[in-house]
Structures are given as structure tokens and as C-alpha cells.
Design a protein around this ligand. Structure first.
Ligand code: ADP
Ligand code: MG
Length: 224
């Protein structure tokens, strides 16, 4: 479903030196597949996720989703791709403080020209139920715990029913209990929603629950 071929990305450091971060990297992600990526800090894990989510562009190589090259899309198509085909969860939730939890979840669905209809509200209610945050829906993020905020961020990432959920250290800022709870919910939703999971994590408990674990070293992925 998602196919990455010969992906290269380098950055030029402050001293003008070119550093190759991703070096002809290949990866295939199948529908509903669960993959973990591990590797030392600075090895390029976030860079890879940002490229898959089209938040950044590669130097060369291609990413195909269902056979369609992501980086040949127009700006409008790219915006729709980021919004609908891919869900993103980061280490910190990035919820907007002035909005309620439910409003935060609905925000990605508010594309220009799209109205909040009943189906969308039902989808938000369903996800809040599944993530055990329904009773908190009128609260603002500052009133919630780290785990509750992160569960809200997962609901927000899933509101448009993406094909792939990218999670960059999703449990990195959570205590063990909240981390275990989030891990279980991600796995349940992966099965129920048929969404592929690509998780960057230092947490062995989370990584060990995935179908495959890759280590990013020298710009390439090695199956563990
Ligand atoms: P990881 O997520 O594995 O810790 P990153 O993908 O964040 O690693 O970063 C990989 C390397 O690329 C790091 O050395 C980082 O400093 C560098 N890097 C990342 N983004 C940029 C950028 N926008 N400009 C310059 N260097 C960057
Ligand atoms: Mg990172």
C-alpha cells in the first residue's frame, strides 16, 4: 500500500557540511500492518516520518501510496493527503489550548468547504468513546492529564479515517500506566480501523507489540 523507494535526505549543517540522514532507504507498509522504528537520537527517525507525512520533501527517491507518487501531487492534493490519508501523533500532543477536547478532535475535519455533519459528529463521539475520553469532551487541554491529552491527539489523528497512523515517540512523555494504556488503545484501533501503524519509539513494551521492528542505522532500515 505504501511503498518507499531509494529515499534520500540530507541536511546542510551550520558549518556548511552536508550530512546524509536517509541513504537510499526502502520500506513497504501493508494495510493494517504494525511497524516500529527504533534507533539512536539523531539517526533520522523523525525525518523519515516527516517525509512519509509529506511535511518535508526528499532529495531523491519516491513514496507511493496505493501506486500514486506522493511528491508529484499539486499543493491542494498534498494538503488533502496530509489531512486525510495520514494521521500524525507526536511526543507532545499539540492540542490547541483555546478549544475543547471535542473541538480539537474535529479540527482536522474542518477543511475549507466542509461542514460538520452528523456523520462527523458521530465519528468524533465514537472515537472519544473508544479512547475513554467522552466524559471530558467539554474540557480544555489544560484541565487534562498527559495521557488524556495524548488519547485526544490519537482521536484527532483518526477523525478522517487515515490509512496510516504515524506516531513519533507517542508514549515518550507519559508515565508507565498511561503509556501501557495508550499502547493497548493503539493496537485495538489498528485492528478495528484497519489503519497501519508506524511507530517510532524507545519503549520496548510498545515496539515488541508490533509485527516488525526496524532499526535505523547509517540512513537505512534494518529488520531486527
Ligand atoms: P531522530 O528523530 O532519530 O532523533 P531526526 O530525524 O530528528 O532524528 O534528525 C536527524 C538528524 O538530522 C539530526 O542530526 C538533526 O539535527 C538533523 N536535522 C533534522 N531536521 C533538520 C533540519 N530541518 N535542518 C537541519 N538539520 C536537521
Ligand atoms: Mg525524533
Amino acid at each position: 500500500m505504501l511503498e518507499i523507494n531509494q529515499l534520500c535526505k540530507s541536511f546542510v549543517s551550520g558549518s556548511g557540511e552536508k550530512r546524509i540522514i536517509l541513504d537510499q532507504l526502502d520500506l513497504t507498509i501493508k494495510p493494517a500492518e504494525r511497524l516500529a522504528i527504533v534507533g539512536p537520537s539523531g539517526s533520522g527517525k523523525s525525518t523519515l516520518l516527516n517525509l512519509i507525512g509529506a511535511l518535508d520533501t526528499p532529495d531523491s527517491g519516491s513514496i507511493l501510496l496505493d501506486g500514486e507518487p506522493v511528491f508529484s501531487k499539486s499543493d491542494a492534493e498534498l494538503a488533502a493527503f496530509r489531512n486525510c490519508s495520514i494521521g500524525f501523533v507526536f511526543q507532545f500532543h499539540h492540542l490547541l489550548p483555546q478549544f475543547t477536547l471535542k473541538e480539537n478532535i474535529l479540527l482536522p475535519a474542518l477543511a475549507p468547504g466542509r461542514k460538520i455533519d452528523n456523520a462527523l459528529l458521530k465519528r468524533a463521539d465514537y472515537l472519544m468513546d473508544r479512547l475513554d475520553i467522552a466524559s471530558l469532551q467539554k474540557q480544555r487541554p489544560s484541565m487534562l492529564s498527559g495521557g488524556e491529552c495524548q488519547r485526544t491527539a490519537v482521536a484527532r489523528a483518526l477523525i478522517n479515517s487515515p490509512k496510516i497512523l504515524l506516531a513519533d515517540e507517542p508514549t515518550g512523555a507519559l508515565d508507565q500506566h498511561s503509556s501501557d494504556q495508550l499502547t493497548e488503545l493503539l493496537l485495538q484501533l489498528n485492528r478495528e480501523e484497519n489503519v497501519s501503524l508506524l511507530v517510532v519509539t524507545h519503549a520496548t513494551r510498545l515496539a515488541s507489540r508490533m509485527d516488525k521492528i526496524y532499526r535505523l542505522t547509517d540512513g537505512k532500515l534494518q529488520l531486527q
